[in-house]
Write a protein that binds this ligand. Structure first.
Ligand code: SF4
Ligand code: SF4
Length: 82
């Protein structure tokens, strides 16, 4: 999963780009729900939020490192819930 750092300027452009609805407005900045972030695996070749963030504040979440296979499993789980 990816994460949003405190450099976030609350510009709001990433939230609508997330195909999994993983991005939400937190108490002070935007946040990513790691249970919903597939790093865009299953939807896009590149993480969409990273592509649009004007201040480049969306790195990998070091606490939630996953393989492509795990990310694909998460994608399948999320899409079958809908
Ligand atoms: Fe959403 Fe993709 Fe960003 Fe993860 S990497 S938060 S799935 S847009
Ligand atoms: Fe924050 Fe970047 Fe998202 Fe804008 S695009 S709300 S700066 S994480």
């Amino acid at each position: 999963a990816l994460m949003i750092t405190d450099e976030c300027i609350n510009c709001d452009v990433c939230e609508p780009e997330c195909p999994n609805g993983a991005i939400y407005q937190g108490d002070e900045i935007y946040e990513i729900d790691p249970d919903k972030c597939t790093e865009c695996v299953g939807h896009f070749d590149e993480p969409q939020c990273q592509q649009v963030c004007p201040v480049d504040c969306i790195p990998m979440n070091p606490d939630v490192v996953e393989t492509k296979e795990q990310l694909m499993e998460k994608f399948v789980r999320l899409t079958s819930q809908k």
